[in-house]
Design a protein. Sequence first.
Length: 645
Amino acid sequence: MPRLHGTGTATLCAVSARSLFEVIERPPAGSIPDEPGSYQFKDAHGRVIYVGKASSLRHRLSSYFQRADRLHPRTRQMVETAESVEWTIVRNEVEALMLEYSLIKQHRPRFNVRLRDDKSYPFLAVTTDEEWPRAMVTRGARRKGVRYFGPYAHAYAIRETLDLLLRSFPVRTCSPGKFRQHERLGRPCLLFHIEKCAGPCVGEVSADDYESMVNELCGFLGGDTDEVVARLAGEMGDAAKALEFEKAARLRDRLESVERAIERQQMVAERDEDLDIIGVSDDELEASVQVFFVRRGRVVGRKGFVLDKVEELSDGALVGRVMESMYGDEPPTGVPKQVLVPTVPDDVGLYEEWLAMLRGSKVAIRVPQRGDRRQLLETVTHNAREEFVRHRMRRASDHNTRSRALTELQDALQLPEAPLRIECYDMAHLQGTDYVGSMVVLEDGMPAKKEYRRFKVNIDGNDDYAAMEEVLTRRLQAYLDERDQPIEERGEKPGKFAYPPQLLVVDGGKGQLGVAERVVNELGLADEIPVAALAKRFEEVYVPGSSAPVRITRGSEALFMLQRIRDEAHRFANSFHRERRSKRMTASSLDGIPGLGPARRERLVKALGGVRAVKAADLESLQALSFLPDAVAQAVYDKFHSDAT
C-alpha cells in the first residue's frame, strides 16, 4: 500500500459533486491540491461509486466541473449520481496507481470497469511453507507461502502434466490429514510403491534431497527445462556405463515423462525470452481479454476474462485497466521483461515504472510491428476474438437469458407486452448511390432469418431520413394491405409481411426515431406498433415523447439484445449494398440484349476477343458463329449499329 502524503487521511471535499455539475464555476482556487493522488466519488449513502487517479488532482477533478452537455454520457451519469468527492494525496504517480487499484478492489465501484471471469482458472501450486512441501491443483484466491504456476485453460491438462512430472520429481501430493495418518502407521501409501512419491511420511528421503527435488520441480514449471533434461540424460548414461540397467531404464522412463510434459508447453519464442502477451477484442459494452504467459520461450499458462466497459475508456486506457487487473496482485508467474500489447496504454511510462518496481528491473511495454512477435500477438488477439464470439453466443442462445431480456425490454420501454417479434431497420449506401435498406427479425429473442427482408431504395442524393421513411412505409403498408385483404383471397400461406412487429427498432438517434414515429402515425399504427431508436455511439435508446434517452442498465440482457439486432441489421444492409455495387461495377454494355444470357455472352466475348470487338463486328461475322442464333446475332448487331442503319 502506498504511503499517504501528509496526515495520511482522506480529505473530504466540502462541495457537493451534484452542485458542481450544475454550476460551471470551479471550486475556489487552491482548494484542490496540485499533487498526485487518488479521488473517490461517493453517492448520497456514502458508497464509493467511482475511483480514479491523477498526476495532478487539481487538473483532473476540474474536468468534472463543467456543463453537462460537454461531458461524456457515462461520466455525466456518474456525476449526476455522486453527492461528494474525496481525495487522497500520495507521493508520486506510481503510488497513485497502486492506491487506485486497492480502492477499486476494496469498494468495487459501480462506475469503474468490472472484471467478469467466466470461470476460475486452475493453477499448479507448490506449498513451500510446509515442512514437506506438496504439489496440488488449486483454484480460487491465492495465499502466502504457496508458489503458483499457470493459470491453465483446463484442469485436466495440468493434472496430466503433474502426473507425468511426478515420475521425475516424486514430491508428495496428499493432504495434511492423509500425510499424518501414514506417518502414524509407519507405512507409505500406494504412490510410494509406484514411484510417484518419495515417501517423506516414513523417512524414505532426507530433508535436503526432498528440498532439492522441490526446487527442481519449481524450476521446471517456471520454464527452466534444459537443466533437468541434461541431468536425467547424464544420470541415465552413467547408470548404463555402470551396467545398472534397471536404474537406467527407470531414468529413461522419467526422461520420457519430462519430455512429454515439455511438449505440452508450446514453444513460441526464443529460449531466453520472458513475455506476457495481451490480446483484446471489444465492442461498445464489453471487452474480451486473453493473456498468454511465456517463460523461457514456452507458453506456461493462459488466462481469459471479460471486462464490462462501464466507464469511458480509450483503447489505451482499456489496456491500462487490463494490466492493473493482471499485476495489481502478485502475479503467479511474476512480471516478465516485456509485455506485448495491441495498443500502448495511456501514461505508458507510469506503467513501465510500476512494473519495474514490482519486478526489480526494467520492464518494457511494446506494440510489435512485424516478425514473430507480431504474429504471436495476432494469435492471442484471435483467441480473444473467438472467445468473445462464444461469450455472446452463450448469452444469446440461453432460453432463460432471452426471456429475461424480453421482460427487461418490456419494463424499460413500458411496452404492453413482451416483444416476442422485434424488427430492426438500417440503411446502407455509398455517397448516395446504391441505396438499400434491411429488415432483420428476432422471434422469441432468436434470429428468424427466413423473415429477413432487403429493400432497394429509390431516392435522389444522400438522405437517410427519406430512405428510412420509404422502407418503413413500404413494409407497413404491405402489412396493412395483407391484413385488410378478404380472407378468401389471402390463401393458406401467409404473405411476406403478414405479421406486425411488437417492437420496431431503427438504427440511429432522434432523427431516425422521428421518421419511424411519423410513418406509424400516418398509417394509423401508432397504438399497435411501438417504436424505438438505438444510437450506436453511446448505446442510448430513445422512445417517442421523451427527449432524454431511456436508462437501460449497461451489461443487461435487454441492452445486449438490442445491440445484437442492431449489429445484425447493419451487417445485412452492408452485404446487400456490396452485392448491388459489385453488380453495377461489373455491368456490361452487352446486358439487356434479348437471347444473350450470361453463358452465351461470355462465350461471345471470348470468341471475338473482347467487348470492343463484339461492338465492331459486322452482321456476317456474328451470324457465322455456330452457337449464336441468327435472331440473337441480329439483336447484337442492332444494339451497336442502330444509328448507322
